[in-house]
Structures are given as C-alpha cells and as structure tokens.
Design a protein around this ligand. Structure first.
Ligand SMILES: C[S@@+](CC[C@H](N)C(=O)[O-])C[C@H]1O[C@@H](n2cnc3c(N)ncnc32)[C@H](O)[C@@H]1O
Length: 280
C-alpha cells in the first residue's frame, strides 16, 4: 500500500516536500542529505504528485520560493533540534511530521524519544515505505496518527509522551494549512505540555499575500492555494511572546547566506525559535 493515491488533500503536501528534499540531496553542495526522501518519491512514482511538488518543480517564482524555503528550513530545523537535544531535551515532537525522516538520518544523543504526529494516511504511507526498505530509526520513534484539529494530545499521551520532560517541538510547513483558531489550539496544546526548558520552532513571515498572488498566476498551483488557510498570519512569534515564551527570529535570507546559498530574490520569511522559561 505505497501508492500516493493514499495521500489525498493536504496530506499530499508531504510528498511535495519530499520531492524538494530528494532533489536537494542529489546536489554536490547539498545543505543536508535525506536518502529516504527519494524512496518516498519513488514509492509514489507514476502518480501526479502533489501540487506543491509540481509548483516547486516548475521553474516559476512560486515554485522556486517554496523549494528554497523548504531547503533552508530543513537544514535550519535539523540544527535546531540537535541543539535542543544538546541543551537537554530528550523528547522531540514533530507536529505534522509528514515524510520528515529526521528520526532516521540525524545523529541523536542516547535516550531521545521522537514522536511523529500526522494524519493516519500519511503515517500509513510512510511506514509502508520504511518497512519495505527495512529502515531503522536512530532514536526511539513513535508514530502518532491524529488530526491536529481534534484531540491529538490524547493520542500523543497514549503513545507515551511525558509532559514533565523538556521537549523540542517542531511545527514545520503546518500552520498555513490550518485556520487561525485551529493553529492557536495546536500551539496552546504544545504550550500546555511544555515543561521548563522546552523549545518550539516554526516558520514566520511567510508573505501569505505574496504566495496567494503568485498562486493565482502559476499553473498547477490553484489546488495548493486552496489548501492554505493562513494559520496565525505572518508573525506567529507574537502569539508566543504574548504568552511568555522567549523568542528569537531568524531571517531566511541571512540563514541562506550563512549556508553559502544566498537568496536570489528578496524574502520576508524566516523562522521563530522559542524557549519556555522556568515559571513561564
Ligand atoms: C507541507 S507538509 C510538511 C510535513 C513536514 N513537517 C515536513 O516539513 O516535511 C504538511 C503536513 O501537515 C499535515 N497536516 C495538515 N493538516 C493536518 C491536520 N489537520 N492534522 C494532522 N496533520 C495535518 C499534512 O498531512 C502534511 O503531512
């Protein structure tokens, strides 16, 4: 059961991200190496692929911007999660993990427990490919099938998540697919389970208006744009700061330049990392 037919609607966006990671992994100057991304794409071979993937591969401004953001964010969040573990976090939660393969490719310290939350169909497709290729995780991995608009935290708890331990949370490529109320509810659930020392990382300043304008003139992007619900808008850091998180913003352009992959066009987008202070 590894047909991408198994990935309808928003779940298919995970495949688009895997396409971008597979392409990046083939570059001599790659910013990361994700061999599993190519396996996921191959398992979906012959399928039309996600609109995100099609747009990202089409050599148009929208596709180029999406692919560039995915590449830079993958590297940035790789480093961020390992830094969080070096600082003492031993639980990692990938909120909307999609076809993220960090459990299998990063050099985790001993004792890390990693939880991947996503829709049942995404995790079923992913686990079928992993089983077919007998791939083993490099940490204790738990797949948590749940809809993030529902009581996903109960499923996380049932999988063994311990809210008393510092946790590194990652929301990557998710919030734009949720409405404001659902996005706020996801972060509220994260906050309620964040022991002191916990960290959260997510995107900011996505330039949603620009994305929408581009999508209107980009062939194949209409369906993708129809999935965008805006999340918490361009600055989710405001939401975190208002609740006492200590936040740091990271510009996509500055990070990319630091990685030796300077942006070809101006971008307002970037990332937010935040730490839960004792008593916060
Ligand atoms: C663009 S992909 C990003 C996946 C992954 N974070 C990455 O960067 O590789 C978006 C993911 O969000 C998931 N998603 C969107 N809405 C969701 C919901 N209501 N519940 C659970 N997962 C959801 C999709 O299934 C998909 O895997």
């Amino acid at each position: 059961m590894t047909s991408a037919d198994a990935l309808p609607g928003v779940s298919r966006t995970a495949l688009g991200v895997a396409r971008v990671r597979a392409r990046e992994s083939a570059r001599d100057d790659r910013l990361f190496e994700d061999p599993l991304a190519g396996l996921f794409v191959a398992a979906a071979a012959g399928e039309p692929g996600s609109e995100e993937g099609a747009a990202a591969g089409a050599g148009n401004p929208l596709g180029a911007a999406l692919a560039f953001q995915i590449v830079v964010r993958t590297r940035f969040f790789d480093d961020h999660l390992l830094d969080a573990c070096a600082a003492g976090c031993r639980q990692v939660v990938l909120v909307a993990a999609g076809l993220d393969s960090r459990a299998f490719r990063l050099d985790w310290p001993d004792g890390v427990r990693l939880f991947e939350v996503d829709l049942p169909e995404v995790l079923a497709f992913k686990d079928a490919v992993l089983a077919e290729h007998r791939v083993r995780p490099r940490c204790e991995r738990h797949a948590v099938a749940a809809d993030l608009r529902e009581d996903w935290a109960a499923a996380l708890a049932a999988a063994g998540f311990d809210p008393g331990r510092a946790t590194a949370w990652l929301s990557e490529g998710l919030l734009i697919y949720l409405g404001a109320a659902d996005a706020a509810a996801v972060l509220a659930a994260v906050e309620a389970r964040s022991a002191p020392g916990s960290r959260v990382a997510l995107e900011s300043g996505g330039g949603h208006a620009w994305l929408r304008a581009q999508a209107e003139t980009t062939p194949g992007a209409g369906h993708l744009a129809s999935l965008w619900q805006g999340g918490l808008g361009d600055d989710p850091a405001d939401w975190l700061r208002a609740r006492g998180w200590e936040t740091t913003t990271h510009s996509l352009a500055a990070l990319a330049a630091g990685y030796g992959r300077p942006a070809r066009s101006a971008s307002q987008s970037g990332f937010v990392t935040a730490t839960r202070q004792p008593g916060g």
